[in-house]
Design a protein around this ligand. Structure first.
Ligand SMILES: Cc1cc2nc3c(=O)[nH]c(=O)nc-3n(C[C@H](O)[C@H](O)[C@H](O)COP(=O)(O)OP(=O)(O)OC[C@H]3O[C@@H](n4cnc5c(N)ncnc54)[C@H](O)[C@@H]3O)c2cc1C
Length: 470
């Protein structure tokens, strides 16, 4: 357990000197076996390193890697009235979140978390048997610039141990702390809706999915005033629940109520769904409520699980909706554990997340309209095959026309490394012929490989989907 950067450097040095395999833990919320793995002998645990302060020298907010999102939102907002546009789970750590992209309900308005990384302090092993700590920033050139760039979306655990991040908006001006990061809305409009499966048939369901997709396809431009809105659809298997909708709008956006009304009208058209009346809440109160009332967030960090992700540039086709409907209503499958079998379909793409070019950070997905996250969580190891089988089936059939995976192109833009899927390297499931790294990193993979060769030539920092120099 590290308390400061020097402890991390010492731990990494000891592992390197004795040839022990190490892994890194910040918030411990990885969906894969990157940290807790039978081959790992040393875990560098940063969870006690969670300091947050304004650094006037860099005109940026310094956040130690073990800080969790809930602590970050509270501290930044109560201290300076600013925020990071990160995810909804309060216990996710910034170490893994920021390095893999990081997006949440404010990302259409303010971008991904990795877009705001100004610099990183990182323990590296680039010299023979010698560990050192370097700072790599947006302003650097050459190798250090590559290292900073790779830490902005290239995924955690491949280049070194980041001990501290500095965050600052691109193009920020002025010298007041409040000007250096996005200021969240004072108030938000929150709309929810719920439809039990009894009220759905295949026609209505197809309308719902395609309406939702189409709205984002038409409103994903970075300059769109509709970026003030972010909505998610939660489609649970018939045995796990029903269909939920959550929508948040910045209440100060021009015509915010009209934007919400038009969005809900478009998404629910011909579905029979009537949203509950919306509520107006202070942003912080709403953020805390959504964090703690989301059942997947509350339970899935302690369950067995599998996730599969897809960036969508176009709407699901009718055939894809039929495949999803079939698996969501299959009577021969049930998940009645505290977990859930579901798809989240919505706004973790588009808007300001599309303001950068694919090569500006290591995260290449800059042309998508929305994302689909297929997930399943359960309790008993004895049920692994059944629940893994369901998520493999629904995902594989949804993307059947491209070999079972969302091959980057006109329709899709691959997957997010923060939703890692170990099946992607297995040709039994990924029949596309496209290598795993193209889904996560696209054309950025070559620069990531060069950066890996320069900064971690001995492959000290590795896991099942880490960057390989060769
Ligand atoms: C319940 C839940 C909800 C989620 N919600 C969202 C969401 O709303 N939006 C979203 O974008 N994502 C979300 N995620 C995904 C989350 O962003 C990733 O799982 C993220 O990688 C977790 O980071 P961590 O530090 O908590 O995890 P860890 O397990 O500690 O680390 C994850 C990976 O990052 C590496 N890593 C961690 N710390 C460092 C470091 N300091 N330096 C270098 N490498 C490091 C590790 O080696 C590992 O490979 C969610 C995940 C869960 C489990």
């Amino acid at each position: 357990m590290a308390g400061k950067s020097e402890h991390v450097a010492k731990a990494v040095q000891a592992a390197v000197s004795t040839g022990k395999r190490l892994s890194i833990r910040s918030g411990g919320h990885s969906y894969a076996d990157f940290t807790y793995n039978k081959d790992v002998e040393v875990i560098v645990d940063l969870s006690m390193m969670n300091d947050i302060f304004y650094d006037p020298r860099r005109k940026a907010f310094a956040i130690e890697s073990g800080a969790q999102l809930g602590h970050i939102y509270e501290t930044l907002f109560r201290g300076w009235g600013v925020t990071l546009p990160g995810g909804v789970c309060p216990a996710v750590g910034i170490g893994g979140h920021a390095t893999g992209g990081g997006h949440g309900l404010l990302s259409r308005q303010f971008g991904n978390v990795c877009d705001l990384i100004e610099a990183v302090e990182i323990v590296v092993a680039d010299r023979p048997n010698k560990v050192r700590t370097v700072i790599a920033s947006r302003e650097d050139t050459g190798d250090l610039k590559d290292l900073w760039w790779a830490c902005c979306g290239g995924g955690g655990g491949s280049f070194g141990v980041i001990t501290k991040f500095w965050f600052r908006s691109r193009g920020a001006t002025g010298s007041r702390p409040a000007e250096q990061l996005p200021q969240p809305p004072r108030e938000v409009l929150i709309s929810t809706a719920f439809a039990p499966w009894q009220q759905m048939d295949e026609t209505r369901f197809t309308h719902l999915l395609r309406n939702q997709c189409q709205w984002y396809v038409e409103n994903s431009d970075p300059a769109s005033p509709a970026s003030a809105l972010c909505g998610l659809l939660f489609v649970q298997h018939v045995s796990s629940g029903g269909i939920g909708m959550l929508t948040q709008v910045d209440a100060s956006a021009p015509n915010a109520e009209k934007l919400l009304e038009e969005y809900l009208g478009a998404v629910t058209a011909n579905t029979g769904i009537t949203p509950f009346p919306f509520r107006r809440l202070p942003w912080m109160a709403s953020t805390v409520t959504i964090d703690t009332s989301n059942p997947t967030v509350m339970t899935n960090a302690t369950l067995r699980g599998a996730v599969k992700h897809a960036y969508l540039r176009q709407s699901f086709t009718k055939e894809q909706c039929a495949a999803i409907y079939h698996h969501m209503t299959r009577p021969d499958y049930a998940n009645t554990s505290p977990g859930t079998a579901m798809i989240q379909l919505g706004a973790m793409a588009g808007g300001r997340m599309n303001a950068l070019a694919p090569g500006d950070t290591a995260l290449p997905q800059r042309r998508s309209a929305l994302v689909a996250m297929f997930e399943n969580f359960w309790v008993e190891a004895a049920e692994d095959a059944k629940h893994l089988g369901w998520v493999r089936d629904i995902y594989g059939q949804t993307f059947a026309s491209t070999g079972g995976y969302p091959v980057p192109g006109d329709r899709y833009e691959g997957c997010n490394i923060n939703a890692p899927d170990l099946d992607i390297t297995n040709p039994k499931f990924n029949k596309s012929g496209v290598p795993w790294h193209t889904f996560y990193f696209g054309d950025n993979y070559r620069r990531l490989q060069r950066t890996k060769a320069r900064w971690d030539p001995k492959n000290v920092f590795r896991h099942s989907l880490s960057i390989s120099a060769h």
